[in-house]
Design a protein around this ligand. Structure first.
Ligand code: NAP
Ligand code: ZN
Length: 348
């Protein structure tokens, strides 16, 4: 057991604070990672603040983790001390069900184990995430990070990157397809960059014009602001093959479904706490598909990282210290992040 520095939440309505937590001794298949950078995902905020239901405190969140291996267990074969690696939202799954065998560990039929606020399958302890100086993880859930990627800017790929890459790949974003990205925060800006790199024609649908120059710089050919123009979506009727919807707050899905071409698909990746109501007719007319997508499996996460290395893609980040996390949370909720906060682990 090793006691390490961290930042943790102690209750839904209290600010996060500096603390310590105990890290297990390495299991045979574990690597110990000295964390270099840790991204702040809106899911950390939903979870910490109890918006998705009760959770375990104290909780050190963080599932966009980049660092170097400082120790390996005796059964580790695929990784070496000194190598740069990443950890995303998953640290374990059953490994035996059809989803795990297909490399879709996020959809493990026996329940995946999240990087934090989840029950460890082997010892029943509650997992603790990347807002800490060290994290042990089974080699089966670690991702190789090429040295060519800037490590701070690559951290958000481990959640925001794979969560948007996976549905873009599944629904065939590429040359000749028109893709809209709704909400240009952490996930949304990655979706724009990835869809453009895949060869799709990308439109950003944001609630303001504030991010227009950035959206075009990330690869969008069009940008529509809905906030000050209620009719903006009307002009997009039947425009898109695929919509990746990243909005984190309640919204009317029907408005966006109208913007799909017949047989087009809207994929929800944003997870507003409230349920949504959709009339069947909004899907039946035009045979439209409404889908969801949950991060991505480990093989596809490695594929996404390799794609990003090949295309020189990383996140746009604001690097912060541990004492700025609470302020950063408020800025994310206010859509005032350009475009992902990443914490320097030296400050934990
Ligand atoms: P984020 O950085 O806060 O981005 C969310 C974006 O949604 C904002 O930048 C904003 O974009 C838009 N938005 C926010 N409030 C809105 C409102 N009231 N009306 C319209 N648009 C609004 O959050 P994120 O980290 O990208 O995460 C987005 C969502 O995805 C969260 O709910 C998160 O929990 C979820 N998530 C899901 C998965 C998954 O596996 N499915 C993985 C990670 C995260 P504009 O300013 O451009 O309008
Ligand atoms: Zn996330």
């Amino acid at each position: 057991m090793k006691t390490v520095a961290c930042v943790a939440a102690t209750a839904a309505d209290k600010p996060l604070e500096k603390s310590t937590l105990d890290r297990r001794d390495l299991r045979d298949d574990d690597i110990m990672i000295e964390v270099e950078y840790s991204g702040i995902c809106h899911s950390d905020i939903h979870t910490v603040r109890g918006e998705w239901g009760p959770c375990h405190y104290p909780m050190s969140p963080g599932h966009e983790i980049i660092g170097r291996i400082v120790e390996t267990g005796p059964a580790v074969t695929g990784f070496e001390v000194g190598e740069r690696v990443g950890v995303g939202c998953l640290v374990d799954s059953c490994g035996e069900c059809e989803q795990c065998l297909a490399g879709q560990q996020q959809d493990c039929l026996n329940g995946n184990v999240g990087t934090y606020n989840s029950k460890d399958r082997r010892d029943g302890s509650i997992t603790q995430g990347g807002y800490s100086t060290h994290i042990p993880v089974s080699q089966d859930f670690a991702i190789h990070i090429p040295e060519s990627l800037d490590p701070a800017a690559a951290a958000p790929l481990l959640c925001a990157g794979i969560t948007t890459y996976s549905p873009l790949a599944r629904f065939g974003a590429g040359p000749g397809t028109k893709v809209a990205v709704v909400g240009m925060g952490g996930l949304g800006h990655m979706a724009v960059k990835l869809a453009a790199a895949m060869g799709a024609e990308v439109t950003v649908i944001s609630h303001s014009h504030a991010k227009e120059d950035d959206g075009r710089r990330f690869g969008a050919v069009d940008y529509v602001a809905t906030g000050d123009d209620p009719r903006a979506l009307d002009r997009l009727r039947g425009a898109f093959d695929l919509i990746i919807n990243t909005i984190s707050a309640p919204f009317d899905a029907v408005d966006y479904l109208r913007a799909l071409k017949p047989h087009g698909a809207m994929v929800l990746v944003g997870l507003p706490p409230e349920p949504m109501k959709i009339p069947a007719g909004a899907l039946i007319g035009g045979g439209k598909i409404l889908a969801g997508s949950n991060i991505g499996g480990i093989p596809q996460t490695q594929e996404m990282i390799d794609f990003c290395a090949e295309h020189g893609i990383t996140a746009e980040i604001e690097l912060i210290g541990a004492d700025q996390i609470n302020e950063a949370y408020d800025r994310v909720v206010d859509s005032d992040v350009r475009y992902r906060f990443v914490i320097d682990a030296k400050t934990f």
